[in-house]
Design a binder for this molecule. Structure first.
Ligand SMILES: [Zn+2]
Length: 420
């Protein structure tokens, strides 16, 4: 039997086992905060034990273990790294849920529970893909490493960020696959950067009947906002290969279809969100202070420094404005080559099942793949529909779970086998 036939056989015949694993994982509470993933990491470890696969954990925070497992194939070849996370969003308002957020009940072809979409479905898929590839290790060239991390929902300091810096020898490779929810129509080869800035406006203030004496921090804020939103007009200097890909009509169509009309444009420009605005204490007092928390999302081709320069120039034009970057030192918008061979392996295998090809786009939100991309490693994200993630009644389609598992398993195998 060919390697591909064997993989297809396991993918088919072990469907119950795959689904039961996803359901059992869903029943384990990994909400972050607090982000305790010890039980889930043990659960993954026991699966690998049962498959006879060695693994270890790296736990800079005891309650947030990161699981690493690796195996070498039969001969030299590329090093493929698989990455998913264990922790999930908090449940939020429990009364907004129709059923227990940890129920893992299957209703209308969907597994229900917090984190099923983001990303218990995807992390489970990568675990099985890894196990199936391991069974073929005597035929496969290269190396495969599985990284199952914690602390993704709160920034990755003790998870992916830790691994790429402290365990680079193990977790840096030639290419990465990740299964965060992307929607089946798109494959993510990059993502926008998040830049948070806090503005504090301080003026003298006073009685509202005497506006000529004290000024108004809120009026300064209003004028400031008017200027800040103009940052959305900055034109990105996109690398040629990215520009050409994002110019394609079929790519723009897929972005709009999977992320909502207008998404293809949002991908390519700065977005400015005035997330928090607080100023003034009383209706008949001139507000002496106002604070704005602003969330900028930067596309590929616009650096954090360029936006901070624009912010500084704007702030200078308004009285009493100071600002500071929150989360300073964050990563730039990142990308890898959208014409990389892995893109073709993913798109071809997906198209075989879907009847259409998913298109390469840049992600609006962030994933752990940025930690690898900023260090120069190509990383691709393909996962289930993001619909409902982080919301009450989160539920993932069983069919999409099986599709994602199949596509990643086959794309990984094709990528390694291409070197035979
Ligand atoms: Zn996620």
């Amino acid at each position: 039997m060919s390697a591909r036939k064997k993989l297809l056989h396991w993918l088919e015949t072990e469907r119950d086992r795959q689904l039961e694993f996803l359901r059992a994982f869903t029943r384990i509470d990994t909400c972050n905060p607090p982000g305790d993933t010890t039980e889930a990491a043990d659960f993954f470890g026991r699966f690998l034990d049962a498959e006879g696969i060695a693994h270890r954990t790296e736990a800079p925070q005891a309650s947030m273990p990161n699981l690493i497992s690796t195996f070498a194939g039969a001969k030299r070849g590329p090093h493929l790294v698989l990455n998913g996370h264990l922790d999930v969003f908090p449940v939020g308002e429990r009364s907004a849920w129709t059923r227990d957020p940890l129920s893992a009940e299957i209703v209308d072809g969907r597994v229900h529970g917090r984190g099923t979409v983001d990303m218990k479905c995807g992390t489970t898929a990568l675990l099985f893909a890894y196990a199936y590839l391991h069974r073929l290790r005597d035929e496969l060239p290269g190396r495969v490493t599985l990284t199952v991390v914690s602390d993704e929902e709160t920034g990755g300091k003790w998870g992916a960020d830790w691994l790429v810096n402290k365990c680079a020898g193990e977790v840096m490779g030639d290419c990465m696959l990740n299964t965060e929810p992307s929607g089946l129509q798109t494959i993510r080869f990059g993502e926008k950067s998040m830049l948070w800035v806090r503005f504090r406006i301080a003026v003298q203030g006073g009685h509202s009947a005497y506006p000529h004496t004290g000024g108004s921090a809120n009026k300064v804020a209003a004028a400031l906002i008017g200027d800040l939103v103009k940052i959305e007009e900055m034109v990105p200097d996109e690398p040629e290969v990215v520009r050409r890909m994002l110019d394609r009509p079929e790519v723009q169509k897929a972005a709009d279809q999977s992320l909502g009309a207008g998404a293809a444009q949002v991908i390519r420009r700065v977005s400015v969100n005035i997330g928090v605005m607080q100023g003034g204490v009383k209706i008949n007092m001139l507000p002496a202070e106002c604070t704005l928390d602003v969330d900028f999302r930067l596309p590929v081709g616009i650096t954090r420094a360029a936006v901070m320069d624009a912010v500084a120039a704007i702030a200078e034009r308004h009285p009493g404005v100071r600002f500071e970057e929150l989360l300073a030192g964050g990563p730039e918008a990142n990308w890898c080559d959208p014409t990389h061979e892995m893109m073709e392996h993913l798109a071809r295998n997906a198209a075989e099942a879907l009847g259409y090809r998913p298109q390469p786009i840049v992600s609006l939100g962030g994933t752990d793949t940025r930690f690898w991309r900023v260090k120069g490693m190509p990383a691709f994200v393909y996962g289930p529909s993001p619909k409902g993630m982080g919301a009450p009644d989160e539920a993932v389609s069983v069919a999409e779970f099986q599709h994602v598992l199949r596509v990643h398993t086959l794309a990984a195998s094709d990528y390694l086998m291409a070197r035979k």
